[in-house]
Design a protein around this ligand. Structure first.
Ligand code: NAI
Ligand code: MG
Length: 349
């Protein structure tokens, strides 16, 4: 029987509540499809930061480098600045392991009402977010702190190699889907990096994929008005971050949105995590929606070479949402995380 070694990082808040849901579903999928998952769990979190002064140990990345994948809950907690938790854990993992594609599928699920008046039944899109460079850079600094002329400068970094590989990934994905790619830009206002991005998108375009570019502000509006028109959206780190939360909200809520941080060359482990954060407002009450984490786990199965198992997991939680009233309070139900998860597991058994 094939065994996959998985590094589990529950993190903070509801991260520790949704990961057990994901592993329960993975276990059921593995029994059906003849594979097992062996977990090593790591307590890297804000709690650890407050106790030991670091989100993870100095050799943390070395300890998970040889795992087949990483499954993460959420990191961030009041009392620890968000840039500390993000740059102390998530961003080092994404960058050191060259996880340059952040993949965020967005689908309207039957039984999950969206916030819009317009019918959004046909929404099925994927945001491909550049995940290791762009606007989120360490280059810059602050000067004259405390004086009237205090200032902050932050440089965006776009490299030909970095843009090309993520754009190629997005065109490939579009070719395997409905063949439509939209590139998020802002080359009217950001006059160096964004025209560079646009040029590379145009160079990498390929036959069989219809593509266009949209300024990010107009694209945000169109995503709300006509989300069903989009297939694959490729975007820089910042634009992709914002667009994918927006699109997830349009499709029915942040609690159901999954994400994969991929190293497509498989030189390093890829990481799978729900889009949502640690939700301090509901943490500890047992009602976190596990769908984002379960769906992320299904993406991990795709990546590990079990796409039929991934499809079954997706079909299982979709069936619960479409065919029963069992759902967590964020979707208008009364189920706990555990009750919803048991329904999904039962459908797999
Ligand atoms: P959040 O996603 O944690 O919560 C936003 C709202 O959505 C809250 O009202 C929360 O209760 C609700 N929510 C989120 N996930 C839910 C789920 N699975 N089920 C039911 N309701 C859910 O975002 P927020 O409040 O801005 O951030 C809280 C902390 O999480 C911060 O420290 C932030 O930095 C961190 N964060 C971490 C992320 C990650 O680990 N990738 C992503 C986003 C935020
Ligand atoms: Mg985000």
């Amino acid at each position: 029987m094939r065994t996959h070694r998985i590094a589990l990082i529950p993190g903070d808040g509801i991260g520790a509540e949704v990961l057990p849901a994901a592993t329960a579903v993975l276990h059921a999928a593995g029994r059906r499809h003849g594979f097992t998952l062996a977990y090593d769990s790591f307590d890297w979190s804000c709690e650890r930061y407050l106790r030991e002064g670091a989100m993870m140990p100095a050799d943390g990345l070395e300890r998970i480098r040889h795992h087949d994948a990483i499954l993460l809950g959420a990191v961030g907690w009041p009392g620890v600045p968000d840039h500390v938790s993000l740059w102390g854990l998530l961003i080092p993992i994404r960058r050191t392991f060259r996880q340059y594609v952040n993949l965020r599928p967005i689908t309207v699920l039957d039984g999950v009402p969206g916030p819009l008046r317009t019918a959004t039944a046909d929404v099925d899109l994927v945001v491909v977010r550049e995940n290791v460079e762009g606007e989120y850079s360490e280059i810059g600094g602050r000067l004259n702190r405390g004086f009237p002329e205090e200032m902050a400068v932050q440089e965006s970094v776009f490299t030909r190699a970095g843009v090309t590989r993520v754009v190629d990934y997005a065109f490939d994905l579009a070719a395997r889907r409905r063949g439509v790619l939209t590139s998020a830009t802002k080359s009217n206002g950001i006059i160096h990096t964004m025209p560079f991005w646009d040029e590379i998108v145009a160079e990498r375009a390929r036959l069989g994929v219809t593509w266009s570019q949209e300024h990010i502000d107009a694209l945000a509006a169109k995503l709300v008005l006509h989300p069903e028109r989009f297939d694959v959206i490729v975007a820089s780190n910042l634009f992709g971050d914002i667009l994918s939360d927006l699109a997830a909200a349009v499709a029915g809520g942040i609690g159901v949105a999954p994400a994969a941080n991929l190293n497509p060359e498989r030189e390093f482990p890829s990481m799978f995590e729900p889009v949502h954060g640690s939700a301090p407002d509901i943490a500890g009450t047992g009602v976190a929606n596990p769908v984002g984490a379960i769906w992320s786990a299904a993406m991990m199965l795709d990546h590990l070479g079990h796409p039929e198992a991934g499809d079954e997991v997706r079909a299982a939680f979709r069936a619960v949402l479409a065919g029963t009233a069992i759902r967590t309070p964020d979707l208008g139900g009364r189920a706990t995380t555990g009750e919803f998860t048991r329904e999904v597991v039962q459908r797999l058994e």
